[in-house]
Design a protein around this ligand. Structure first.
Ligand code: AMP
Ligand code: MG
Length: 325
């Protein structure tokens, strides 16, 4: 984990508690303070986290009293909730796609709200995602170190159940958000699919086979993080396929915000067998019990075509342990 993962979790918690004073507060967050408190290196990192958190607070909320390292630990450790089927929980991935963040590719701050196991609100902030449609160059390593303001990089997405998905620039506040919809008008030959940048996170051979079967001709866009969900919601691409290794258990914070951002934009999301994603069973998706898991997020017509293609592909092709490349 980086200083940014811890710092973002502390800042999001600080900000939520400030926005909803006195409200019951429960958060399923990716980070906790164990590693920060258990070694001398951890304590040095905690000092750095506290420094950057205070720097950010001073810039955004002048006059705020600086936080101590203990305050920052307390904020991070609000994320220990186990979630579950009853009640309201924030779900936070403070930096989804940490590898993308370090590699200057895509990453996203992802916040969802679960109400009795259902995602009812979601927000994604993707600092390196351009405000125009993504192109291959924006996904490539080291291509994102451009000026955010001059180049229009940095997108945010927000969705509320039944109210649609909206997008706007991340770094220029005050501009109106625009409602967006996924683009289900493209024939397969013109449609794009997305997948993880990291080859260990998803079976790229299987996604290529599915794409070929449904008539997709363009190469995949490889992006880290839930930035993929934002890109799907605004029509940059039509499909996101994720086929993780069989032993991998998905965590709810890796999909909660992204899932509502695309469904409120008219797209569909299920596992690879067509079942709805289940956010109600704690910090992880439920055990697979022989199912294939994974995530298929796509426009309605593409989702249907992918389900059909997957049902026709042999099981051997679906086996993946994260190292078959
Ligand atoms: P993506 O960039 O779409 O692959 O998603 C990034 C997320 O993948 C991270 O936040 C991790 O939680 C998750 N992840 C980590 N290791 C693995 C793995 N071996 N297989 C699948 N996903 C993983
Ligand atoms: Mg993540």
């Amino acid at each position: 984990m980086t200083v940014a993962d811890y710092g973002a979790q502390a800042l999001v918690v600080w900000s939520l508690k400030r926005s909803f004073p006195g409200a019951p507060f429960s958060l399923v967050g990716e980070e906790d303070s164990d590693d920060l408190l258990s070694s001398p290196q951890g304590l040095i990192m905690l000092e750095k986290v506290t420094h950057f958190v205070n720097e950010t607070l001073a810039a955004s909320y002048p006059g705020t009293a600086p936080l101590t390292t203990d305050d920052v630990v307390d904020l991070i450790d609000y994320g220990v909730s186990d979630g579950g089927p009853v009640g309201r929980y924030w779900v936070l991935d403070p930096i989804d796609g940490t590898r993308g963040f370090v590699g200057m590719r895509q990453y996203a701050v992802c916040l969802g709200l679960l109400d009795n196991g259902e995602v009812v609100v979601g927000a994604l902030g993707a600092p390196n995602l351009p405000q125009w449609s993504i192109s291959e160059v924006d996904c490539a390593e080291g291509q994102s170190g451009r000026s955010f303001v001059e180049d229009g990089v940095g997108s945010m997405f927000a969705a509320e159940i039944g109210k649609g998905t909206y997008t706007g620039p991340l770094f220029e506040s005050g501009l109106p958000m625009q409602r967006v919809f996924c683009n289900d008008t493209l024939p397969p030959a013109k449609a794009r699919y997305m997948e993880s940048f990291e080859v260990k996170h998803s079976n790229h051979k299987l996604s290529l086979a599915v794409a070929g079967k449904i008539g997709i001709e363009l190469p995949s866009l490889k992006l880290d993080s839930q930035a993929k969900y934002g890109a799907l919601a605004r029509g940059d691409a039509s499909i996101f396929m994720r086929f993780p290794p069989a032993s991998y258990r998905e965590k709810i914070w890796d999909h909660a915000a992204g899932a509502i951002v695309i469904t409120e934009a008219g797209a569909c999301i299920t596992d690879t067998e067509g079942n709805p994603l289940d956010f109600s069973q704690g910090r992880f998706f439920p055990p697979l019990n022989g199912k294939n898991g994974g995530v298929i997020a796509a426009t309605p017509s593409m989702h249907k075509a992918i389900m059909q293609a997957l049902s026709e592909l042999p099981d051997e092709m679906k086996m993946f342990d994260g190292s078959m490349h």
